[in-house]
Design a protein around this ligand. Structure first.
Ligand SMILES: O=C(O)COP(=O)(O)O
Ligand SMILES: [Mg+2]
Length: 235
């Protein structure tokens, strides 16, 4: 008897679709940036324009606070920075779903992916407890077999280990997975893990979505199920 080939093994498991969170599943910018404004005020700076701060989202809350202070021309000692960051996390947790909502068509697309037998997971640079809190508030947590944040594994996006760990914990195999994201961080992560990546253009990115180098770009979530299945089929 011959042992099953690697491809047979991987195709017998359900495909795992790993989603970025901020700017991909949920439009979190209003609550994140309201919180940033409050932290800037505490640090003695006026609020920054939203077009500028929206693009600062994507590398986690610590990077957002750091980028905001830098753009406002405020430099603080490490200890003061940690205090501002702690205050950011506290305020944000209390307001995490004030205005943050899933992007249009998301729920129907998740329903359809589940109906097609795919397993859903979250791979985000948001801290895990904040990711769970947000998804709980929006009644979305139960949809995802795994919610992996920036602090879930020893590494985080764009390190391939974050995506590989997410897919494996969801019971899948990276050879049968798709990443969905909004930023260069997501595209690099997927490429590092050799996973095809779908880009959404409604999120937060410095580089225009069309120029991120994803394998596919969808302008609305109604295009997601067929795009996922095309990429899983190698197309
Ligand atoms: O909150 C952030 O800056 C990053 O989060 P994301 O990885 O879900 O985009
Ligand atoms: Mg994102």
């Amino acid at each position: 008897m011959t042992s099953p080939s690697a491809s047979t093994l991987s195709s017998s498991r359900p495909a795992v679709i790993a989603f970025d969170l901020d700017g991909t599943l949920v439009d979190t910018a209003p609550d994140l940036l309201d919180t940033l404004d409050i932290i800037l005020e505490v640090a003695g700076a006026p609020p920054l324009p939203r077009e500028e701060t929206r693009r600062m989202i994507g590398a986690g809350a610590k990077a957002l606070v750091r980028r905001g202070l830098d753009a406002a021309g405020i430099s603080v000692e490490p200890e003061a920075f940690e205090g501002l960051y702690a205050r950011f996390l506290e305020h944000y947790a209390d307001h995490i779903a004030d205005s943050s909502r899933p992007f249009p068509g998301l729920i129907a697309a998740l329903d359809e992916l589940e109906a097609r037998g795919h397993v859903l997971a979250v791979c985000t640079n948001k801290l895990e407890h904040l990711s769970r809190l947000l998804l709980d508030r929006l009644d979305l947590s139960s949809r995802f077999k795994v919610i992996a944040g920036a602090d879930t594994f020893p590494v985080y996006k764009p390190d391939a280990g974050h995506l590989i760990g997410t897919v494996e914990r969801a019971g899948g195999d990276v050879r049968r997975a798709v990443m969905v994201g909004d930023s260069m961080t997501d595209v690099l992560t997927a490429k590092n893990a050799r996973v095809p990546v779908i880009v959404v253009p409604f999120g937060y990115t410095e580089t225009p979505a069309e120029e991120l180098g994803g394998d596919a770009l969808i302008r609305h979530y109604d295009m997601l199920p067929e795009t996922v299945d095309r990429l899983l089929a190698g197309g």
